[in-house]
Write a protein that binds this ligand. Sequence first.
Ligand SMILES: [Zn+2]
Length: 390
Amino acid sequence: MSKFKEGKKRSIVASVTYLLLSVSKIILGLLFFSLVVYADGIHSITDFLTGIVVFVGLSLAERPVSEEFPFGMYKAENLASLVVAIVMAYAGIDIIRSSLFSGFGTIRYPLMLILLEVVSCIVTYWLSRYLSKTPGLKLYSVKAEGIHAYQDTLISLGVIVGVLGEWLNYHYLGKAVAVGVAVYILYQSYFIGKDSLLILLDISDKGAVEGIKKVVYTISEVVGVHEIKVRRAGPFLIASMHLEVPPSLSVKEADELADAVEEKLKESIDSLVYVSIHIEPGSFSGKWRIALLVDKDGNLVENIKDAKRVIIVDTWNKILEEFSLDKGDVRAMAEHLKKRKVGAVITNGKDDLLIMKAYGIGVYYSPVKNVKESLELFRQGALDPDVKSR
Ligand SMILES: [Zn+2]
C-alpha cells in the first residue's frame, strides 16, 4: 500500500521542522534566560514526538495483514498517540512547576528570541498548510497534525508577547504566557489521550455508521441494513453489518449482492479496510422493489392473462416505472423484472407464477385488488408468499 507514502513523508518533514525549532528554542531559552521561549521549546518537542508517532503509525499500518494480526497492526498508531499524550501531560506539568517555583535570571538578547519566534510563526503556518493539503487517503492523524500546526502559529505569537514582558521586566506577563502554553499543552494531551484511549476501547463511530447506511441504501436490491458496527484502528475503519436482502434470492445471488455492497462501500469510504456482512431475509418494512400486475383500471389482476400493465414501485420512493405488458410473454417479463432488480411481485391471482420464482423473484398473493392497500399489507408482512393452489 503506497497510500501512506505522502502522509509519511509529510509527517517526517513536520518532525524535522519541530526538532529544529525545539532545539533552537530550548538552547536559546536557557542561554538567554527566557522561560517562555524555553517552555515553547518543550512544547515543540511534544510536536516532534507527535510527528514521529504519526510516521510510526503509518509505517505499521502499511504492513500487510498477517495470520498473527488478522486485523492488521493499525491500532499501534492509537497506542503511540496515548504515549505521546502522557509525555505531553508531563511536559505541561513540568513547565507550570518551573514557571511558578523558579526564578530564571534576567533575559538577554530579547530581539534574537523574538526573531526566533517570528520564524517559528512563519514556519508553523507553512506547515499547517502543507499538512492539510496532503493528497490521497484522508489520514486523520496527519489532518490533526495540520490543525495543531496552526495552533502553534498562534502560540508563537503569544510567546512573543511573553518575551516582551520578560524584556520590559513585567515578569508576571512572561510567567502568565508560560503557564498559558503549559495549560494549552495539557488541554491538547487530554484530548489526544482521550481519543486514543476510546479508539483502543473500540468506541463506535456514529458518523461512519450513518455514512455506511447511506451508501448501502443506494444499492437497489438491498432491502435494509442493521447492526452496523464500526470501529477505528489507526487511520482506518473496520465494519460489520447485517444486510437484508429479498429472501427469494439464491445463496449465490445474495453473495454477489454482499460483494457488490462491500465493493461500493470501500469505493465510497477511503478509510474502510475490512467489511464483514451477514445476510438476512429483508423485513417487509424495508426498501423493496416491487412489481404489480394490474388491469386497465389499475387494479391487481386475478389472472395473469388479464394483466395490461406492470408497475414497478420502490416502497420508499414511490413509482419507478410503468409499462404495458406483451401478451403472454411471462418469461420476457420475468427477465425484465430481474434486470430492474425487482425483489417481489404482488398479485391478486390464482397463478403460481413459478417462472418468477425461477428468476429469484418472490411472489406475494394479496387478498385485495387495490394497489395501495396491497402495498400496505405487504409492509405489514400480511401477504402470503406461499399459496399454491386456491
Ligand atoms: Zn504544538
